[in-house]
Design a protein around this ligand. Structure first.
Ligand code: PEP
Ligand code: MN
Length: 337
């Protein structure tokens, strides 16, 4: 339920918070531009008791949150969320480009890519140290060594890092190195992992499961937020359909649909969505036009030799071309990059 306050006085707000907590609900205070609301989250069954709070002084009204995701919904927070990553922000008016290799393979590789993407104007360095591979016999990533190389590149080229944690055990040390922790498509419904990253005060990139609905995806975001971490960036990375021509089908409509129902920023991953490097530039343009807050793309100096996802990786020149071609579209829709 949402308790809409008639007062913004901190004493009045904390009195209502204490009454919500007495009823066994968690209270999340959201200071909007025009009003303060308190989201009361907990067992759906006893919600009639929350309605009675309408009788309290300084409460304007108590209204139900209609969507099954609560704190992630626009009903609770009208304004778009802005996620701070180092000195960068992800959110309205801005367009964030995350780029880098699918997997960290060597110092030379990651340094060369970081230098190049920085020069081309990217904001965040991506790279996997722990890789969720379909086959257990494929390259699984450089693990801790990979995290260290990412950090070295991050410091040298002043680029925050996004990298994946695949298990709850990996969370503490991935968190030591990463500026954004990625939860991959295969782990979108790993609720133990979602709760673990929900306890951090660090941005989380939550990729859409390849067979998940938008509603299920936002419910996964709700798991993270319900633990206290509101720093979530959603990532549409393509879903499985009957089409076999491309690796996945980019659900570009997910961008405006998510924006309608949630205040969280959403970016697009055209690399995993298409599986083909030559589709990455057109799909990045589509992402900008659809209102995405950014993109995450795979880049490799020599895609033919990449240890993972070479077919969808842009070479250095094509990454430069991508940046040049999206820039005017970003500007025309009123964002800065
Ligand atoms: C990745 O970003 O390298 C990755 C494995 O992505 P996804 O989880 O979307 O497949
Ligand atoms: Mn990849």
């Amino acid at each position: 339920m949402i308790i809409v306050m008639a007062s913004r006085n901190p004493e009045d707000v904390s009195y209502v918070v204490s009454r919500i907590e007495e009823l066994g609900y968690k209270a999340h205070v959201i200071e909007g531009v025009e009003r303060t609301v308190i989201a009361a989250i907990g067992d759906e069954r006893g919600k009639q008791r929350l309605v009675a709070l309408e009788a309290l002084p300084h409460v304007e009204k108590v209204v139900p949150i209609l969507k099954p995701f609560k704190l992630a919904s626009r009903e609770v927070r009208e304004a778009d969320s802005v996620i701070q990553v180092g000195k960068f922000k992800i959110g309205p008016g801005l367009f964030c480009v995350m780029a880098g290799p699918c997997a960290v393979e060597s110092r030379e590789q990651v340094m060369q890519i970081a230098e190049w993407i920085k020069k081309c104007g990217a904001h965040i360095l991506r790279g996997g140290a722990y890789k969720p591979r379909t086959s257990p016999y494929s390259f699984q990533g450089m693990e801790l060594e990979g995290l260290k190389l990412l950090k070295e590149a991050s410091e040298k080229y002043d680029l925050p890092i996004v990298t994946e944690a695949m298990t709850v055990e990996q969370v503490p040390f991935v968190s030591d190195y990463a500026d954004i922790i990625q939860i991959g498509a295969r782990n979108m419904q790993n609720y133990g992992l979602l709760r673990a990253v929900g306890k951090l005060n660090k941005p989380i990139l939550l990729k859409r499961g390849m067979m998940s609905t938008i509603n299920e995806w936002l419910m996964s975001a709700e798991y993270i937020i319900s633990e206290g971490n509101t720093n979530i960036i959603l990532c549409e990375r393509g879903i499985r359909t009957f089409e076999t021509e491309t690796r996945n089908t980019l659900d570009i409509q997910a961008v405006p649909v998510v924006k309608k129902y949630s205040h969280l920023p959403i970016i697009v991953d055209p690399s995993h969505a298409s599986g083909q490097w030559d589709l990455v530039i057109p799909m990045s343009k589509a992402a900008v036009a659809a209102g995405a807050d950014g993109i995450i793309v795979e880049v490799h100096p020599n895609p033919a030799e990449a240890l993972s996802d070479g077919a969808q990786s842009l070479n250095l020149n094509n990454f430069k071309k991508l940046m040049e071609e999206i820039r005017p579209i970003v500007e025309v829709i009123g964002r800065k990059m």
